[in-house]
Design a protein. Structure first.
Length: 300
């Protein structure tokens, strides 16, 4: 097993990273390896970069050639991947010096998360109206997303025993295998209850029996299926924006903030390890406040 394979295995088994995140890490490190294989083979041995010997200048050479073809956000992700990888190597005692600490990440333009307004969110929840399995499942997914602010990986990984509809709570395992308990709204509980009636008619495949959300074939629903169906509902509603699962999570947090929720409480609900990650929603709240002021104040 190569160092990169060890790292990915560690992220998957010990840190519980999503398949999407793991894929990005693998792509980034594969690209770095391809650069050294082609341009600086002296840093290669048996098909792998000699990470323990690698110096800062060769790494900067890789970033310099990547700078012209990648956006600042993509370049920043490459550096973040390398830093995480070297942190792992250092913990394992496989490198003496973490050269990635000497890399400078590009400054990124500040962007606020996109979200639906309350009316758009409510209308979206009402689109899957049928009594068939897929309509009930999709309604339950949308309601749970908006009610509890889950990540897509947390939602697809939900197991039936982690859901307590009587107490209106759900237990999820987030990033870093950290568990948190989140309230579930009344409408979401009702939608999940209806869905479970239809789910009982589906025969789950082996290994998928406990997962809450299934496809018609009895396998755990894939995140890409949810994203595709969500966009179809958004188009049917005539929304002038691309709606993603993560946008529902942003909508959940933004609407809480705009209605006076405590920032620390939102941090706990979202499962953010750092309050600074949650603070972006204060900007949205201030924007909303200024908009109301501009429209309502006679001297504005």
């Amino acid at each position: 097993m190569t160092r990169v394979e060890e790292f990915l295995h560690y992220l998957r088994t010990e840190k519980n990273f999503s398949a999407h995140t793991l894929k990005n890490y693998a792509i980034d490190l594969r690209e770095v390896t391809a650069f050294f294989t082609k341009h600086q083979p002296q840093w290669m041995q048996n098909g792998e970069v000699r990470w323990e010997k690698l110096e800062i200048l060769p790494l900067r050479s890789y970033l310099a050639q990547a700078h012209g073809r990648l956006k600042a956000s993509s370049l920043g992700r490459r550096i973040a991947t390398l830093r995480s990888f070297y942190k792992f190597l250092a913990k394992r005692g496989l490198v003496e010096r973490n050269v990635t600490l000497e890399l400078s990440a590009p400054k990124l333009p500040k962007t606020l998360p996109k979200f639906l307004d309350v009316d758009e969110a409510f209308r979206l929840m009402e689109i899957p109206q049928g009594k068939d399995f897929e309509s009930r499942r999709d309604r339950a997914i949308l309601e749970l997303f908006y009610s509890s602010g889950l990540r897509i990986g947390e939602l697809t990984g939900l197991r039936i025993p982690s859901l307590d509809l009587k107490e209106a709570m759900v237990r999820v395992k987030g990033k870093g295998s950290k568990e948190r308990v989140i309230p579930v709204g009344e409408k979401a509980c009702a939608a999940v209850t209806e869905y479970l009636e239809s789910r009982a008619e589906i025969r789950p495949q082996s290994g998928h029996e406990e997962f809450l959300f299934l496809g018609k074939q009895g396998k755990t629903i894939h995140p890409s299926v949810i994203a595709k169906r969500l966009q179809q509902y958004a188009l049917k509603l005539g929304l002038p924006k691309k709606v993603t699962p993560h946008m529902l999570r942003h909508s959940f947090a933004t609407h809480l903030m705009n209605n006076g929720a405590d920032l620390r409480g939102i941090q706990e609900l979202l499962g953010h390890s750092s309050l600074s990650t949650t603070q972006k929603y204060t900007h949205i709240s201030l924007d909303k406040l200024m908009d109301v002021y501009d429209k309502s104040h006679p001297k504005a």
